[in-house]
Structures are given as C-alpha cells and as structure tokens.
Design a protein around this ligand. Sequence first.
Ligand code: GTQ
Ligand code: FE2
Length: 324
Amino acid sequence: MTDTAKVDALRNAGNLEALYAALDPLDMTPGWVDREKPILSVEPDTEFRPMHWKYGECRAALDAAGRLINTELAERRNLILRNPVKGNDIATTRTLVNAYQMILPGEEARTHRHAPHALRVIIDSEGSYSVVNGEKHPMETGDIVLTPGWCWHGHGHDGDQPAYWLDGLDVPLTHLLEPMFFEEHPEGFAPVERVTPDSPYRFTWDMIQERLDAAEPDPEGFFGRRIRLEADEVPTIGIHVERLEAGQNTRRFRHAANCVYSPMMGSGVSEVGGETIRWSRGDVFAAPIWNWIEHRVEEDTVMFVMTDEFLMRFGKYYRFEGHA
Ligand code: GTQ
Ligand code: FE2
C-alpha cells in the first residue's frame, strides 16, 4: 500500500475492530480500551508482596556457597532477595534490591564500578573492609557503608571469621530508567591507597547510636526516634535508622514509598499489608508501596530502613496516611 492508501484505509476504518487491526502494525494502541493492568488506578496497585527473609537461613546458604564457590569464580558471593512477582528476577521492591553477602577471611572480591548506588549494612564482621575509590573503609558489625554510583569498590577481609552484610542497591530503578554502566577494574583487585576510618561514606554503629540518643521521639507515634543518614552522592536511596523500645507499638501508617527494613538489633512483630512478620536481628522484610505498616517491638530494637521516599518526594508523588 502506498502511504496515501494507508492513510485513507485508516481514515475510512468501518468499525472499531478494523481500526484496532490497522493500528496494530503501526505500533499504536487505543488508550480507551480495558487493559489487564489499567493505566490509571485509584490508588497504588502493586504486585510486589510484603516479604520476609530470615538471616539464619540466608547465612546458612552463604556458608554453603562459601564451601562451593570462591571469589575467583564469583565476583560477589551474594544472595539476592527477590520478590516473587511474575517476570521479576531480582527486585526486592520496585526500585530497590537487597542481597546478603559473605566474604571469607583472606578473600578479595574484585574491584568494579557501576552506575547503581549501593550501601551495606554490616551484620556480623570483624576485620572486613570495602575499598571505595582507593580508600579502605572498615566494615565492622553495626556499620553502614555507602558506595555511591561509579565509585570503584572491592571488598577484602583481614579477620579470621566469615563476614556477613546486607547490600542495598537501586539496580531496579536503573533497570527502569536504563542509565546502566558497569566496568571491571583493569588491575582486578585495586590496591588500598589510604585507610579512612572517618569517611563520609561510613556511618559507624557508635556514630549512629550517638545521633539516635539526640533524636526526638515521633510525637505522632508512627516512628521511633529516627535519624536519616544523608549522602549527596547517593540521592536515590533514602536511609533511616529508627530506635524502637521493648513494648512499643507504632501507629499504623501507609505511604507512597517502597521500604525495606532490617533490624540491626532487637526483635518484634510487624504487620505489613495484613502479613504478620516475626523478625529478629539481621532479618529483612519488604513493605511495598501503600501497604499498612505497624511494628510491635519485643526487645529494644535498632531498625535500618531503606526507602525510595525521597525519590517519590522529588517527583511530588509522595503521600502519607496515618491510621487513627
Ligand atoms: O558488593 O559490589 O549485592 O555490585 C550486587 C551488586 C553487591 C557489590 C551486590 C554488587 C555488589
Ligand atoms: Fe558493586
């Protein structure tokens, strides 16, 4: 068909079916038809599920991986926490991915860099470290260490016991937006140039506790005493640490943000979107957007939270609803 014949055929489509059939080869679709997943919904309608991963299980699996694979073969010995959504390979929530990672004494995990931003919550480690842009950042139990996008980073371990931590990255966001870049370091494991006990990328347990001591309780009761760990170089991942006291029940809320929680200390039960999650230290649980969230704290708790809340705020999408 000539172009004018095509245009005439479109203009003269005799009924909707004929119009749809003519649109299909042109890669156009009518916006007004019903869809399996509607374009608009009255409120967030996520397929991502509230999820819970137990540290004990992940740690056992990492120990097995420690026997079965080394850092020559695996650039990172990590177990990704995948939300069981159809077609989803890695994402823990829509924008964020978490993984447990383990390194054995004496091992070196090769240096690389990538567009996605990353952070690590150190669960059990004495003597492991991350080399970020040539600076050695100790990773001791309770520390939070950042790896901003495109910073060279490799991990090593001077201690004598396996070291375990939780990774958090915005990889699913970069998969959506597609600014992915990745590069392996030409030297394999890039050498340590400087030791940096106080770096803007490292928040030690003691620093975090000091800041929590100075934080005010939430007068509305949705959160415990809470601080935000800010780093200009990691704008896509919001990091909160919350202190919750034994016996404390938080007031139920839901918000237009995806969150992943990991208790750094303590135990309790959380309700997330009707799921009851009984957690303890080192576990991870995911609260996808707009699920009601409430915590019942059993032992004094320090809760790490990572969130896309600040991205949502940047987009002016953010909403918060508190329960009475
Ligand atoms: O430690 O560099 O869990 O690049 C996923 C991708 C960890 C890391 C992950 C990574 C890393
Ligand atoms: Fe990495």
